[in-house]
Design a protein around this ligand. Structure first.
Ligand SMILES: NC(=O)c1ccc[n+]([C@@H]2O[C@H](COP(=O)([O-])OP(=O)(O)OC[C@H]3O[C@@H](n4cnc5c(N)ncnc54)[C@H](O)[C@@H]3O)[C@@H](O)[C@H]2O)c1
Length: 239
């Protein structure tokens, strides 16, 4: 049964979504270990967590992990174009999910608002929208908020600007700056997915082409390494 508060495209997609979530779970051994520990220790018992991330099979496994730890977690989509409607349908059988592939800005704002209305203790953000809306609501929004996490460079810029003007009223973990994130997400993850996007859009054979990269940070290094491996010549421009 779909949670009554959820807003998803089609509950009938749940079994396809479940298959996708299980496949991803098999690729996530660290999360599996945390989940097993959470199941016995229940460290998040009674904690309400609002989660605004990409609604994908991987996030679905994170949501189940939080639930295993005792949390009541609700999810909305940080990016309308990455939402997997079948995954949203599967998750909505267990928890509150607000996510529709291709949703417009008004729908997105409504979905963020629905999570904020759930009075979270903790936020998990990808762009700082949950914390921004909670701060905009003042005392009423922030009462009971212990803190949050932020995954993106852009979100951290927003939150640091808020902090600089004295407005940030809860601690935030800068997940984006952890070594694990920098290595696995930026170097290996984005290093692969950026090339994947270019190849899907252009259908090019990398071998024999020259790739020019502006910036040789974590992401640039990851892309350069993979493009070279596929036979491209790589030129890096760095300041
Ligand atoms: N979509 C995603 O999932 C995703 C993930 C990670 C990073 N990103 C984006 O990729 C970009 C790079 O991120 P990163 O984590 O590798 O950053 P980084 O800070 O590790 O590296 C950026 C590099 O660019 C160089 N640089 C800055 N200005 C330059 C210029 N004008 N010309 C040439 N080089 C210049 C810097 O010296 C630095 O070495 C950012 O825009 C980031 O937001 C996207």
């Amino acid at each position: 049964m779909t949670a009554t508060k959820s807003d998803i495209a089609d509950p009938g997609l749940a079994s396809a979504g479940e298959a996708r979530i299980r496949w991803a779970a098999g690729q996530m051994p660290v999360l599996a270990r945390i989940r097993a520990r959470f199941a016995s220790e229940r460290p998040l018992e009674g904690c309400r967590i609002a989660v605004c991330l990409h609604v994908t099979a991987e996030t679905a496994n994170l949501m189940r992990c939080l639930g295993e730890g005792g949390a009541r977690a609700a999810l909305c989509a940080a990016n309308p174009l990455s939402t997997q409607d079948d995954v949203a349908a599967a998750l909505a059988q267990e928890i509150e999910v607000h996510a529709l592939f291709g949703e417009d800005l008004d729908t997105y704002a409504r979905h963020v608002g629905a999570l904020v209305a759930g009075r979270p203790h903790v936020t998990i953000d990808d762009g700082a929208d949950l914390l921004t809306v909670l701060h905009a609501a003042g005392d009423a929004g922030l009462d009971g908020v212990t803190g949050g996490t932020e995954e993106t460079t852009t979100g951290l810029l927003r939150l640091r600007a808020l902090e600089a003007e004295g407005g940030l009223r809860c601690p935030v973990m800068a997940v984006n700056e952890s070594r694990t994130e920098r290595t696995f997400n930026d170097r290996y993850g984005t290093g692969q997915s950026a090339l994947d996007g270019i190849l899907r859009a252009t259908n090019l054979l990398l071998a024999g082409h020259t790739l020019v990269l502006f910036g040789y940070g974590m992401t640039g290094k990851g892309i350069a390494q993979r493009a070279r491996g596929a036979g491209a010549a790589v030129i890096v421009c760095e300041v």
